[in-house]
Design a protein around this ligand. Sequence first.
Ligand SMILES: NC(=O)c1ccc[n+]([C@@H]2O[C@H](COP(=O)([O-])OP(=O)(O)OC[C@H]3O[C@@H](n4cnc5c(N)ncnc54)[C@H](O)[C@@H]3O)[C@@H](O)[C@H]2O)c1
Length: 251
Amino acid sequence: MKIEGLTAIVTGGASGIGAGVSQVLSNAGAKIAILDRNMELAEATASKVGGAAFACDVADETSVQAAFAQAREALGAPRILVNCAGIDTARKIASRKTGAHAIGPMQRVVDVNLIGTLYCCAQASTAMLDLEPLDEEGERGVLINIASIAAFNAPNGQSVYAASKAGVVGAALPMARDLSRYGIRVMTIAPGLFDTPLAGTMDEALTSQLLRRALFPKRKGKPEEIGALVQHICENQMLNASTIRIDAGFF
Ligand SMILES: NC(=O)c1ccc[n+]([C@@H]2O[C@H](COP(=O)([O-])OP(=O)(O)OC[C@H]3O[C@@H](n4cnc5c(N)ncnc54)[C@H](O)[C@@H]3O)[C@@H](O)[C@H]2O)c1
């Protein structure tokens, strides 16, 4: 699809990867709706990239419905959804020192990273169903979900985060099957380590240990590098129902 003039919703677009994606899509001519629970930052990023900000907790059904309705009213129905909202947790499933992993933080990570992603896909694709196709192939829109290489190969302490991201990876194929008749594609991006506030909370020893496992280059990625991949996925119709790792060869 040609991005120019289309509405793109970016969840978690206030910060890090979402902010980078918003900037790249805006540069390509999209109308950007940033949906984020941090409104102060969302407003600042929206004004930087030339978009609009809407308050949203992706784990809350009413909040998501309201934010999607407001974004649609202001900018028109979305043709592009990029789900970047996410949270991390680092805790062993059990250890003698800390005991059993508590259920509350498990639930929140799954609610935000997995259920929030799926529900935003449901909202965005519903809005796309009644739109006219963009071309003679019948394409109506694209959903792009940010998972993580943790879905495939996560260090210790990341069982809950990894499970939430593996769920996102697993959902892409059946979602793409559900939506193919309407000309809506679904793709997943699995980043390695990227330079964002979220990654900045990781302790330095773990960060350098992870960077040593990258083949080349041994550095954190830049959010705009994911933005460039998002742009390519939007523009390349042959990409559907799969996951692309963007991780400098992390094993
Ligand atoms: N940074 C990395 O190295 C890395 C690697 C792999 C995957 N990821 C994934 O990429 C995504 C973006 O991460 P980031 O590093 O840019 O983090 P970040 O903390 O910089 O940005 C995340 C954004 O999501 C928002 N958010 C969090 N919970 C929300 C909720 N319930 N509702 C709405 N908005 C919410 C935050 O306010 C923030 O603006 C996450 O899903 C993360 O798991 C990041």
